[in-house]
Design a protein around this ligand. Structure first.
Ligand SMILES: [Zn+2]
Length: 248
């Protein structure tokens, strides 16, 4: 696999790991359409997908998906055999099977709490999956597996989740400060305001002649005189003021 592709799948998968708690082994819900596509392109899902996702995975299907494939006739027998190799996950429709796509959607719910990755070539199901928060979508592009980038709704959910976490962390920190007496309970943390202009952009203040700091301890000479080599430009009006001061 090319490095660029490796980075891309890694990035997409990491999004779901970091934001939605996906963990290995990743559970991939497989339907008949992706089996059919894999068979046509002569690739083995069980080999290719773990290699592509670079992790341990569980390939799952449901009774509903199998029943649907069976009902579509002998033309799909090969794909059906492939599908039947995978573990059959309980979907709650046992005895009363529904269509494969409806079954998968019911397993995803509103926010995919069981962290399924959906593997399908069914365009309609793909669109619906994109509308559910936190569902990675996997499909084949010819012989190549593709883990689609997170859908907009998943990205939005992750952002609002992050900001909520940030707010709750800030609140917890404040409570901790109150508990430790660092902050009064009704006191809000204040931002330190820097007063005055930026000291880096200002000229150094002239030291007042005669103040203690300017007198060297040994000789009692003003420090300004000691550092003769350093030429300090003193403007005319300041020089006059200094001379006036001396005269007092
Ligand atoms: Zn089902």
């Amino acid at each position: 696999m090319k490095v660029k592709r490796y980075k891309k799948v890694n990035k997409n998968l990491r999004f779901f790991i970091n934001n939605f708690g996906f963990r290995q082994p990743f559970q991939v819900l497989i339907d008949g359409t992706i089996c059919y596509c894999a068979l046509n392109n002569k690739i083995n899902i069980a080999d290719n997908i773990p290699r592509y996702l670079q992790g341990e995975i569980k390939l799952l299907t449901t009774q509903c998906a199998i029943v649907e494939m069976e009902s579509l006739g002998s033309k799909l027998n090969g794909a059906l055999l492939v599908l039947k190799q995978y573990a059959v996950h309980k979907c709650g429709h046992e005895g009363k099977p529904i269509s494969g796509s409806k079954c998968f959607l019911s397993m995803l719910g509103k926010s995919n709490p069981n962290h399924y990755i959906v593997g399908t070539q069914d365009r309609d199901l793909q669109d619906k999956v994109r509308g559910i928060i936190g569902v990675p979508l996997l499909y084949l592009h010819m012989k190549t597996p593709v883990l689609e980038k997170p859908s907009d709704i998943s990205i939005k959910a992750s952002v609002s989740r992050l900001s909520a976490v940030g707010a709750s962390e800030a609140k917890a920190l404040e409570e901790l400060k109150v508990k430790n007496g660092l902050l009064l309970s009704n006191e809000k943390p204040k931002r330190k305001k820097k007063k005055g202009p930026n000291p880096l952009s200002c000229k150094k203040k002239m030291k007042k002649p005669g103040s203690n700091s300017t007198i060297s301890k040994k000789e009692g000479q003003p420090e300004v005189e000691k550092k003769k080599r350093k030429r300090v430009k003193i403007s005319q009006h300041i020089r006059e003021a200094l001379l006036q001061n001396k005269n007092y």
